[in-house]
Design a protein around this ligand. Structure first.
Ligand SMILES: NC(=O)c1ccc[n+]([C@@H]2O[C@H](COP(=O)([O-])OP(=O)(O)OC[C@H]3O[C@@H](n4cnc5c(N)ncnc54)[C@H](O)[C@@H]3O)[C@@H](O)[C@H]2O)c1
Length: 250
């Protein structure tokens, strides 16, 4: 990145399994860290355990809250140089005709709309500074369909599309925008999805056997990929959706 006082990296959904792993890794890199989550107690506890980190509780699916969050982070750290959009929900697991409209809307509000509100809020400052890195947590679900999980898969396809579009739009301003597409990660979210699938179909999918590498991803592997894109990757690497799935979809 260009020289100048380093602004913060803002991580949304930081109290989650992947967000907290990213926060710890970026904390070890002495990166000024703004940690957001809707779970205030959890994000405060996390920030207290990482030197140089500060907690900012907010529901990022609310446009006013997302704008207020970026304002608060900017006044605390001076600028936001990096945005990692890791807040996300798996949403309902059901046949399309049985989906609850409010639940479908919520998946898109958290997984997609929040990224719009946060990008709207951080991009003007990044343009002024002529630098910035945005990393969006998509998923392998953003690259292939998933029966009974259409809201989640559709929302993650939208994240890939948003990432590509913003990379093109923001390239002239030297702002890189990339997505990460993890496959199955050893995490509570995967356990919740397997539980819901079992409840809906009477059968618990055996996921490890589907993965050529024979195991789930470690959250630290996702964190390392995010840290690469947020801090280390060449500026020219933009608009990519990096797949991290043990060759599941290779
Ligand atoms: N776990 C996996 O296997 C996996 C695989 C691929 C992609 N992903 C994606 O990675 C991201 C993180 O997943 P995770 O496994 O850490 O999930 P997680 O459920 O452990 O963490 C998600 C975090 O987001 C927070 N959050 C939810 N809604 C929010 C909102 N409106 N505003 C602010 N914070 C909010 C939650 O409180 C939680 O702490 C998600 O986007 C997920 O879809 C996860």
């Amino acid at each position: 990145m260009t020289a100048g006082r380093a602004g913060a990296v803002l991580i949304t959904g930081a109290a989650g399994r992947l967000g907290s792993s990213m926060a710890r890794l970026l904390g070890e890199r002495s990166c000024p860290l703004a940690l957001n989550d809707v779970d205030e107690a959890a994000v405060r506890a996390l920030a207290a355990s990482i030197p140089g980190a500060a907690a900012f509780a907010a529901d990022v699916s609310d446009p006013a809250a997302a704008a207020g969050l970026v304002e608060a982070v900017t006044s605390r750290f001076g600028a936001v140089d990096g945005l990692v959009n890791a807040a996300g929900i798996e949403g309902p697991l059901a046949e399309v005709e049985n989906l609850d409209p409010d639940e479908v809307r919520r998946v898109f509000e958290v997984n997609v709309m929040a990224m719009f509100w946060l990008c709207q809020a951080v991009v003007p400052g990044m343009k002024r500074r002529g630098r910035g890195r945005i990393v969006n947590l998509a998923s392998g679900a953003g690259l292939a369909g998933g029966a009974l999980a259409s809201p989640y898969h559709a929302s993650k396809h939208a994240v890939v599309g948003l990432t590509r579009s913003l990379a093109r739009e923001l390239g002239p301003h030297r702002i890189a925008v990339n997505a990460v597409c993890p496959g199955y990660v050893d995490s509570p979210m995967v356990e919740r999805i397997l539980d819901a699938t079992e409840a809906a179909t009477g059968r618990r999918p055996e996921v490890t056997g589907q993965v050529p590498m024979g195991r789930l991803a470690d959250p630290a592997e996702v964190a390392a990929t995010v840290a690469f894109l947020a801090l280390d990757a060449p500026e020219y690497l933009t608009g990519a959706s990096l797949v991290l799935d043990g060759a599941l979809r290779a």
